[in-house]
Design a protein around this ligand. Sequence first.
Ligand SMILES: *Cc1c(COP(=O)(O)O)cnc(C)c1O
Length: 396
Amino acid sequence: MASQATDLSQIPLPITRPSFNHEEIQAVQQVFDSGWVTQGPMTAAFEKAFAERHQVSHTLATTSCTAALHMSVLALGIGPGDEVIVPSFTWVTSAHCAEYAGAKAVFCDIDPATFNMNPDAVAAAVTPRTKAIVAVHLFGLAADLYALKHIAQRHGLAIIEDAACAVGSTYFGKPVGSFGDLGCFSFHPRKVITTGEGGMVTSENKDLADRVAALRNHGSNRLKSPLAPKPHQMGAFEFLGFNLRLSDIQAAVGLAQMKKLDGLLEHRWACALGYNQLLKDVEWLRLPAEPEGYRHTYQSYVVWVKPDATLPRNHIMEHLAAHGIQTRPGTMAVHLTPYYRDKYAIAADAFPWSKAAEESTITLPIFPGMQERDLERVAGALRGVEQSARTLRKAG
Ligand SMILES: *Cc1c(COP(=O)(O)O)cnc(C)c1O
C-alpha cells in the first residue's frame, strides 16, 4: 500500500495528451460488431458530423493531414513547373505536398505577432508559375484569410487551407476549412481531436471533392459511373490514385471525439486565458495573440522568448524540463531543413522571422484535464528562471 501522499510537483506535465473514455471504446465496439470496418457507415457519420460542425458541403476522411494536403495539390492539377507559396515557419508537410506532386514549394516569411504567413510576403512571392497558396492556420489561429483570398483572386490562385491545428477554429465567426478551395485537417495525437492517425479534406467545390474521393480510392471513378455495379464489373481507373482511406475503426474514434470537441476547445481556451493572466507581467516573454474576430484553438500555446531574456531559450527549456515540464520549440523554419536549403540554395537569413521563431519559441503544456495548479506550476517554473540565472551568474 502506498503510504506517502503523491507529490504533485513531481508528476510530469506533457505538452499535450489525447483524451479518451468509454465513448470511444463503445463506438469502436459498434464497428467490430457490425463487421464493416473501413469506409462504411462510421466513416460516413464522421464525415457528416465534421461537415456540419465546420459548415462545409464536402468532407473526405483520410489517413493524415499530410495525405489530405497531397491529394489537394493533385486535385488542383498542380505539377512540374508550378509553384506553391507556403509559409517558412510550419510543419514540413505544408511544403512537402507541393514537392510530392513535382511542383516547387516557394517560401514566404511570417508575421511574428501571429506566426502566420505575412500577406505582403505572399504577394511578393507570386510569379507567373504560381498556382496556389497553402494558408496554414498555425497552432490553431486562422491565417489572414481575407487578405490571402484577395491576393488569390487577383492572380487566379487556389487556396489550400492547412488547418491541421485548427479543428473548430473560427475566422470572423465562420469555421476554417470553408474559405479555401480545399481545407486539410489532422487527427494526430498532438492535435485538438485524434483518431491515432487521421485527416480530413473539406471543400465547397464538388468537382474537387470528387477528385479527392477518387485519389483516395486508387483513382477509381466508381462514384461517377452511371452503371449499376454488376458482379463482373470492375471500377475504371483513369488516373494514378492511392489507398488513403480512413478505416471505420478510426472513424468511430473520430466521431466520439467530435462529440467532445466543444468541451475540449472551451478547456484549451480557459487554459490559455489562465496562462495569459499568470504570465502577463513576465517582461521577457511575448504571449500568443488572438486578434479581434479570431477564435484560436490553442492546439499549441506558444510563447516567444524576447532577445533580452535573462537566459537563452534553450536554457529556459532545460530549466523547465528539470522541473518535469515538457516543452518543444513552436515548430520549424522549414526552408532551413536540408531538403529545401540544399535543393533551392536558400540563404540562412532568407526568412528572418521564421528563423527567429524557430530559435525563440516554446510550446508550453496544454492538455485535456489540465488544472489551475498545473498552469501555476508552469508559470512558477518560468519565474524561477530568473533566480536560476542569478545563481548561474554567481557560479560563473
Ligand atoms: C501536424 C501538422 C501537419 C501534419 O499532420 P499529419 O496528420 O500528422 O500528417 C501538417 N501541417 C501542420 C501545420 C501541422 O501542424
